[in-house]
Design a protein around this ligand. Structure first.
Ligand code: ATP
Ligand code: MG
Length: 465
């Protein structure tokens, strides 16, 4: 079996110092799946859906294709301080020493090394409030969520798979380690993780796990919103987002987590848009049930605030969902549009062109076409494409779009004798409008001349008392 070089080196370093270490978690699962997908024959299950290749007997993990070699996690019996000491010549980051995790930068790539832990308490289903270190890898695997995530791999000792994660993968099943009801009660986030993994890998929830999820859905309201946000974002940015949201809906999780959503609308395609968090959250929140008085954009922002998302994500999603923005139809309008939306100008147009509203409209127009109509939508799409061209020209030629792009600034106006404050802001806005309309050239001389003239005439009109 090949083993990633850096991982072998990290394990070697810990073991030379007298500790034991394994690669654990997602990387082992993905390497096993990649290996299974490469083997020529077998019994099918999940792999058929993953790569439509069949599986032979007991598979060995294959490191390489399908595995993110940068996302390899390690487990060890060394305690956090001991990990730091073993890697004292490397950059280490304490990402959660109290939970036993140290990040070690090895050959410029950061890896997480976590001390074996056994039971964990999740008070309020939020953060583990206590961790118990352990000396046995088996105990560490026992605390993990699903059988396929509870495998470990070692360059010499090979694969350790105490709960038959491989067997479940072969059957296409997602199974909890231990009693699903207990494991979900212990940490409700595992419900979202189950949906995410099942959708991503095309697995079916083991029936008891499914039952446990359905009967504990209300526990989602007790979880920390930050953890939910992270899991939901991981779900939405995967290619399987559509399938995941459909499962969230049919398991009854979506209405608990975001009751404002109209579930029928949320069952839509997400892969028309790039797998970025802003597009995908905007897609999901475009399915808020209609409500009078408050725009979708504002309501989406509130929901993301409830999830404690960054202000940046809130703002981007709010822009994508704005319905009151006119598409730019000429060069000047495109400049103003870019000035207003900034970096979001192109994403906004792309969202209008390919996002859920366009998708719905497309469906409607197909129906219309069968009745002999349907050119309206094509016209709308052409308009968006034309707007995109205009915006591209503005960006490529760096045409002025904001006051800060002007060849003069507030300081110049102040020196000229403009009143500090409002008069300056208003004047700069006016100059920008004139520049965009092509009435004044954006050069220092031209703008200074215009400003002097304007000041003189305003003084004539209303002398400063
Ligand atoms: P991905 O490829 O999406 O990162 P992953 O399996 O690596 O998948 P992580 O969230 O990175 O998932 O977690 C790493 C490992 O830690 C998991 O494979 C699992 O063994 C364990 N784990 C993570 N979260 C939990 C949890 N809430 N309960 C139990 N075990 C967990
Ligand atoms: Mg991971």
């Amino acid at each position: 079996m090949t083993f990633p070089q850096a991982a072998g080196e990290i394990i070697g370093r810990l073991e030379e110092a007298g500790y034991e270490a394994w690669v654990v978690g997602g990387a082992v699962r993905d390497a096993y799946l990649a290996g299974a997908a490469q083997r020529p024959e077998g019994t099918g299950g999940a792999f058929r859906r993953i790569k439509s290749l069949l599986h032979k007997e007991e598979g060995e993990p294959v490191w390489g294709e399908g595995v993110d070699l940068h996302d390899i996690d390690f487990a060890t019996d060394a305690r956090p301080e001991e990990i730091e000491a073993v890697f004292s010549d490397c950059k280490t980051v304490d990402v959660g020493k109290s939970f036993g995790t140290i990040k070690v930068v090895w050959r410029d790539i950061p890896y997480e090394i976590t001390t074996y832990r056994s039971e964990e308490g999740y008070r309020d289903g939020r953060h583990p409030d206590r961790v118990t270190y352990s000396d046995k890898i088996e105990e560490d695997l026992l605390r993990r969520d699903f059988t396929m995530n509870a495998m470990a791999c070692h360059p010499e000792r090979g694969l350790l798979d105490p709960f038959d994660g491989r067997g479940d993968l072969k059957k296409g099943l997602l199974r909890a380690v231990g009693n699903p009801k207990d494991r979900i009660e212990e940490d409700g986030l595992r419900m979202l993780r189950a949906v995410r993994f099942a959708a991503r890998l095309g697995l079916v929830l083991e029936p008891h796990l499914q039952e446990a999820i359905q009967s504990h859905k209300e526990d989602l309201t007790r979880l920390s919103m930050e953890r939910c946000l992270e899991e939901m974002t991981r779900m939405l940015t995967d290619k399987s987002a559509g399938r995941a949201i459909q499962a969230m809906e049919s398991l009854g999780l979506l209405p608990v987590l975001i009751p404002e959503i109209d579930s029928a609308l949320a069952r839509q395609r997400y892969d028309f848009l790039p797998p970025e968090e802003d597009y995908r959250w905007a897609c999901l929140l475009s399915s808020l049930s209609p409500q009078q008085g408050e725009s979708r954009s504002r309501r989406a922002k509130k929901i993301l605030r409830r999830f404690k998302s960054s202000n940046d994500l809130q703002d981007r999603v709010a822009i994508l969902l704005r319905e009151d923005i006119e598409l730019p139809k000429d060069q000047s309008q495109a400049q103003t549009f870019v000035g207003e939306l900034g970096d979001m100008a192109m994403p906004y147009l792309l969202f209008r062109k390919s996002g859920p509203d366009a998708f719905l409209a497309r469906k409607k127009s197909e129906i219309g076409r069968r009745r002999g109509q349907g050119t309206k939508l094509e016209k709308y799409r052409d308009e968006i494409i034309q707007s995109m061209d205009l915006v591209r020209t503005v960006q490529r030629n760096r045409l002025p779009t904001r006051v800060s792009d002007l060849a003069i600034g507030g300081r110049d106006l102040m020196d000229m004798g403009y009143n500090q404050g409002r008069q300056i802001g208003v004047t700069l806005d006016r100059i920008l409008a004139l520049v965009i309309e092509g009435k004044v050239e954006n050069t220092r001389e031209a703008l200074m001349a215009w400003a002097e003239e304007s000041l003189a005439s305003s003084e004539e009109e209303e002398p400063i008392s």
